[in-house]
Ligand binder design. Structure first.
Ligand SMILES: C[S@@+](CC[C@H](N)C(=O)[O-])C[C@H]1O[C@@H](n2cnc3c(N)ncnc32)[C@H](O)[C@@H]1O
Length: 313
């Protein structure tokens, strides 16, 4: 397996973990089982970790949509089999354009699954015309395109084909993606974004505190699977996560470990999910939360007030 293939296969793990947690009732997602067929049950710490990740990402997406208004866009980098587009549509959220970018071998599998699924096709909108090739799909305001994020020209051209409007407030989302990409390529991508989008927010979820023993073991496990961790320099601390944005001239950045994010979740909701499975090793979950983070970068004043507080504002 090549290094790129090993990175692409991390999507299968992420999707299976999401499916495991959804099946147990951690959160509702009527679409994940269409894209992921497996029925493995993951350990409780993994299910809870994915719950916190999904809640944390949802929290900041809600904040983005509220600040940006309806004329906005979401661009998901390394989207894999994520179902966010359908979940947002189901929740009646409004946006002008939603574009997903991943390697063509990953988008091909997602295209195939979408075109065979009535609920996924219907989710694109009533009577909408769907244009598709073996690796790309455009339907309504949803666009799924294949590109290598290390190649900014290719990314730019795919955004144009996806009718991305560079003038609209735009959210860029990356969940466990940038860690696999060389820092120089991530910096090029981040610089290109702010050169083209006057108003942008970047929501990044990935590893942090990778220089302690627990972090080293996490990295060893990923390396053992053949995944190059070319972007790990930015995952050493919350400061290095924010530096990614500040050193590429974004206007600001903030970052929180998943300990903070989990504690910000509505207590009633936390109580609900804590009853789903017994956790033998509370300490392991805390360690996992200490080694993942959400970092938000912004360009333009619209998003400069973004905070973690007031969970449901
Ligand atoms: C761990 S998976 C995460 C998938 C999804 N974001 C999620 O959270 O469920 C990482 C994804 O990033 C994609 N990816 C990594 N490097 C990429 C690159 N250079 N270009 C395009 N996609 C990339 C992989 O193919 C994979 O689908």
């Amino acid at each position: 397996m090549s290094a790129d293939e090993a990175v692409q296969s991390t999507n299968d793990d992420a999707s299976e973990c999401k499916r495991s947690a959804v099946r147990l009732g951690y959160w509702q997602d009527d679409y994940v089982q269409i894209l992921v067929r497996g029925s493995d049950r993951k350990p409780p710490e993994i299910n809870r970790g994915y719950y916190a990740r999904t809640e944390g990402v949802n929290l900041f997406i809600k904040k983005f949509l509220k600040l940006a208004g309806e004329k906005c866009q979401i661009i998901s980098f390394g989207a894999g089999f994520d179902t966010l587009y359908w979940r947002l549509k189901h929740a009646q959220c409004k946006f002008d354009n939603f574009t997903e970018i991943d390697f063509p071998s990953v988008t091909a599998r997602k295209c195939y699954a979408i075109k065979r699924s009535k609920p996924l096709l219907e989710g694109l909108g009533p009577d909408c015309e769907v244009r598709l090739s073996s690796t790309e799909l455009h339907g309504g305001n949803y666009h799924l395109v294949g590109a290598d994020l290390r190649n900014v020209n290719e990314v730019a051209s795919k955004m144009r084909e996806s009718e991305v409007n560079f003038q609209l407030p735009t959210l860029f989302l990356a969940e466990c993606v940038l860690v696999y990409i060389e820092s120089i390529s991530v910096a090029n991508l981040l610089r290109w974004i702010i050169s083209r989008f006057p108003t942008a927010m970047f929501l990044n979820y990935e590893q942090v505190n990778m220089c302690d023993r627990f972090g080293e073991i996490m990295l060893e496990n990923l390396r053992a699977r053949g995944c190059p961790l070319s972007g790990v320099d930015a995952c050493l601390s919350l400061e290095t996560q924010m530096k990614r944005f500040l050193s590429t001239d974004w206007d600001g950045a903030k970052a929180w470990t998943m300990v903070d994010i989990y504690n910000a979740i509505d207590p009633a909701e936390r109580q609900r999910i804590e009853k789903i499975e017994l956790l033998d090793e509370q300490e392991l979950l805390v360690q996992l939360f200490q080694h993942y983070c959400i970092c938000v970068g912004w360009k333009g004043q619209l998003f400069s007030s973004i905070t973690l507080s007031e969970y449901d504002d």
